[in-house]
Structures are given as structure tokens and as C-alpha cells.
Write a protein that binds this ligand. Structure first.
Ligand code: UDP
Ligand code: MG
Length: 314
């Protein structure tokens, strides 16, 4: 029987936590009586530096049922990916498999028993793949799908329409713990680890309460991590664009020499200004792209810990 840990990151989730805990509780009862998971399976809520009463709720849940609900209180907000990592690394020694799911339980709870079944069949990684996400706002859905495609073009190996709803076996977690990177993008790392993997369908439902905790800036920075942490293609693209620019300027040079000999008047103020701006813009964009990578190297070199645990309710 599988000893299962469900890891759920919470950032200002007081509006949904109680109802999410109730739903998980019922799910655990069902799976335990079906003989699917061991009775000492548990839920680990990771409080990612919430400013509301999230931690109080987690503590209360733990007090009422310490075997089922555990809590991890991070010292400050470190973001979704790092919070998940903190939870998984904490649960790793206490479970055979860990499933990560967002605290608002927008993912399909029915997929969880199927994930555990797949694990029992020998799969180390089970991805929840969104088959139906009409509950997501249109803009979010479209931008996410455009991003998945861009990622594919950039050569990043990631599962299409899969976010962070997945099951990982203990040995995958052990391997994951060896990744030292700070710009964490789990969707890119997990497929790199390997081991047998499969998918289960995940039907997204609307958020039960509260607003999305993924601000535009958090989403953008995740998307940038998703590409810059796994692909150097943007750097190569700059190189090629630069080459094309040099070719164009060679062409212009030929034309200038020709017009000198042909005595055609040079009245190029507008085109001069245009090219100054064009080239200036190009240089800035290139610098920005290079800066992205340099910034990441800077962060990796510092080798700072991903999170600091304030308290662990076991
Ligand atoms: N979250 C987190 N830290 C953050 C932002 C979000 O732990 O800094 C958690 C949040 O509590 C939720 C999950 O990440 O459990 C996904 O956030 P949300 O449901 O708001 O995102 P959306 O479903 O809108 O993409
Ligand atoms: Mg959500």
C-alpha cells in the first residue's frame, strides 16, 4: 500500500483552505477504505509567507488531526515553485510518493486515485494533463497555451498542458534533491530526470473562493524561467539576427559606394535617424537577453538556499 503525501502550497489562501482540507479529508477516507493508500498518508500544507490567517488555519487543522494534516511554515514568500520544492523535500522521507496540488484544488481530485494506481503499477512520474480548462479565464488559457508552444519551439522538454499537478515517487524526489538550481522550473526539470512516466486527465474547475495568487509579474517570471533555465536558443537567435544585420549593412555599403560614383545626391537624414533607432533598439534587446542569462548565472553562483523553514508541524 502506498504511503501518500499530498503537498499543497498556500499563499493567502484563508478563503479556500477549510473547504479544501475537508475535500482532501474525504478523499483520503475514501482512498484508505479502498485500500489504495496507507492509513498514515498525509497532507502537507506549505504556508508560503501568507499575510492573512492561512497559518492559523493550518495550525488548527493540524491540531484537530495531526496524522492527516501537517504544516510547513516558510519564513517568507518564496513563490509557488520554491514552496512546492520545500514541501516535497520535507515530505520525501515520510512517503513513498508525493502529489503536488494547488491549495484551491482547481485540479481534478478524481485524478488522484488514478495517479496512485499508476504509481502502484510502477510509474515514477504521473503528470496531470489539463484536458478541459474552460473554467480558466480565456486570457489565461490562451497565454498559457501560447507559452507551451513557444517552449516547445525553444527546445524545452516539457509536457503540453501540464502545470504542477503531478505524482513523484521517492526515488524521483531523491534525484530532484540533487538539482542545485535556484531558478526553479519544475515542469522542465522533472522530464529531464527520466524514469517511467505516464499521464492522467485533469479537468480544471473554477477557483472555489479568493482571487488568483499568481500575479502577472509572477506568471511572467515563471515563463521567463521556463525558457531561460532550459534553453540557450534566444542567445543563438541574437547571433543570427546580428549576422543578418551585418549582411544588410554590407548591402548598404555597396549602395553607398555605387551612389558616390553615380553622383546621386545623398539626402538621408530620415533613413539615418531610422537606422540609428533600429540598431539602438536591436542592441538594447540583445543586451537585455544577455542580461537575463548573466542574471541567472549570478543567482546560481551565489548558491543561496531556496527556502528557510520556520516551523514544522509533524
Ligand atoms: N502560491 C504560492 N506562492 C505564491 C503564489 C501562489 O504558494 O507566491 C500558491 C497558491 O496559494 C496556490 C498555487 O500557488 O496554491 C497556485 O496559485 P493560484 O491558484 O492563485 O494560481 P492560478 O490557479 O490562478 O494559476
Ligand atoms: Mg488556482
Amino acid at each position: 500500500m502506498t504511503r501518500l503525501a499530498i503537498v499543497s502550497p498556500c499563499y493567502n489562501e484563508e478563503a479556500v483552505l477549510d473547504s479544501s482540507a475537508r475535500r482532501l479529508d474525504a478523499l483520503f477516507d475514501r482512498m484508505t477504505s479502498d485500500g489504495l493508500i496507507a492509513p498514515d498518508s498525509f497532507v502537507l500544507f506549505v504556508n508560503d509567507g501568507s499575510r492573512d490567517s492561512t497559518w492559523e488555519i493550518i495550525s488548527r487543522l493540524h491540531k484537530a488531526n495531526p496524522h492527516r494534516f501537517k504544516g510547513l511554515d516558510l519564513a517568507r514568500n518564496v513563490g509557488h515553485q520554491n514552496a512546492i520544492m520545500a514541501g516535497m523535500m520535507t515530505a520525501r522521507d515520510m512517503a513513498d510518493a508525493v502529489i503536488t496540488i494547488d491549495a484551491d484544488l482547481q485540479d481534478d481530485l478524481d485524478a488522484i486515485p488514478r495517479m496512485v494506481e499508476a504509481f502502484a503499477e510502477g510509474y515514477d512520474v504521473v503528470y496531470g494533463v489539463k484536458v478541459e480548462r474552460t473554467a480558466d479565464p480565456v486570457l489565461k488559457r490562451l497565454s498559457a497555451q501560447a507559452f507551451y508552444r513557444l517552449q516547445e519551439k525553444m527546445g524545452v522538454k516539457a509536457i503540453y498542458n501540464h502545470a504542477d499537478f503531478r505524482l513523484l515517487s521517492r526515488r524521483v524526489l531523491d534525484e530532484l534533491s540533487r538539482y542545485r538550481e535556484k531558478n526553479l522550473y519544475l515542469r522542465g526539470i522533472i522530464p529531464q530526470i527520466g524514469f517511467p512516466s505516464t499521464t492522467v486527465d485533469d479537468v480544471i474547475s473554477p477557483r472555489q473562493a479568493g482571487k488568483s495568487k499568481y500575479s502577472l509579474s509572477k506568471m511572467l517570471s515563471l515563463a521567463l524561467d521556463g525558457i531561460t533555465s532550459f534553453s540557450v536558443k534566444p542567445l543563438y537567435a541574437i547571433l543570427y539576427i546580428g549576422l543578418i544585420f551585418i549582411l544588410i549593412s554590407l548591402g548598404i555599403g555597396v549602395y553607398v559606394i555605387y551612389s558616390l560614383f553615380a553622383h546621386t545626391a545623398v539626402h538621408g537624414w530620415a533613413s539615418l535617424m531610422l537606422s540609428v533607432w533600429l540598431v539602438g533598439g536591436f542592441i538594447l534587446i540583445s543586451l537585455g537577453a544577455v542580461g537575463l542569462y548573466v542574471g541567472k548565472i549570478y543567482q546560481e553562483v551565489k548558491d543561496r538556499p531556496l527556502y528557510h523553514i520556520g516551523q514544522f508541524l509533524d
